[in-house]
Design a protein around this ligand. Structure first.
Ligand SMILES: CC(C)(COP(=O)(O)OP(=O)(O)OC[C@H]1O[C@@H](n2cnc3c(N)ncnc32)[C@H](O)[C@@H]1OP(=O)(O)O)[C@@H](O)C(=O)NCCC(=O)NCCS
Length: 162
């Protein structure tokens, strides 16, 4: 399996089975290819790759973190939005935190000033993870989404980089 398909598999489980993403329909192969194109250069995607010690197939992709533009209008260009996903079989091993620290470092190296995480209200684990890496809550959007019959809040957290 190549990187794009491994990332798509990890992501689509959450699209279909959880409320951590507001996407409702699984990403297609073509959409994933386009996503990969968009997540190169200034907006990278980093992956966590299994080594022989972890009990997974060596080389398997266990998780990923990415940066995306925060908003289209040009004055927002110094801010990015981050994302982090770990395969359900590989959670609780520290990969989410390593990926988040690495993507924040990448944002610093790219010269961005601010990173925003927009996290579904029910996803306390992700809020805690971001707080552990220095993000602070800057806002809550109440019931802005609906998925699986549930109203969804979005908690916005921010990390200023310099
Ligand atoms: C959120 C997510 C990325 C965390 O990844 P992970 O690899 O399981 O997290 P880690 O193992 O690095 O753990 C990070 C911290 O979360 C806490 N944690 C992890 N699993 C936990 C659990 N099951 N219960 C309570 N706390 C837990 C730990 O306290 C850990 O901190 P520590 O280093 O002080 O022990 C992962 O659960 C995931 O992919 N979720 C679905 C996608 C998602 O919600 N992404 C975020 C959208 S913004």
């Amino acid at each position: 399996m190549d990187d794009a398909e491994a990332i798509r598999a990890i992501y689509n489980v959450e699209v279909e089975a959880s409320t951590v993403t507001f996407d409702l329909i699984a990403r297609t192969e073509a959409e994933q290819r386009a996503w990969m194109e968009d997540h190169s250069g200034a907006y990278p995607c980093l992956v966590a790759v299994a080594t022989s010690e972890e009990g997974f197939e060596p080389g398997a992709i266990l998780g990923y973190a990415s940066l995306s533009p925060f908003r289209d209008r040009p004055a927002y260009a110094t801010t990015v939005e981050n994302s982090v996903y770990v395969d359900r079989q590989a959670r609780g091993l520290g990969l989410g935190k390593q990926l988040l620290v690495a993507i924040v470092d990448a944002a610093k190296n790219q010269g961005f000033h601010s990173v925003i995480a927009r996290i579904t209200g029910h996803n306390g684990l992700s809020v805690t993870l971001h707080q552990q890496v220095g993000f602070e809550t800057v806002g809550i959007e109440r019931e802005v989404g609906r998925k699986h019959g549930v109203w969804l809040d979005v908690i916005e957290l921010q990390l200023l980089l310099d």
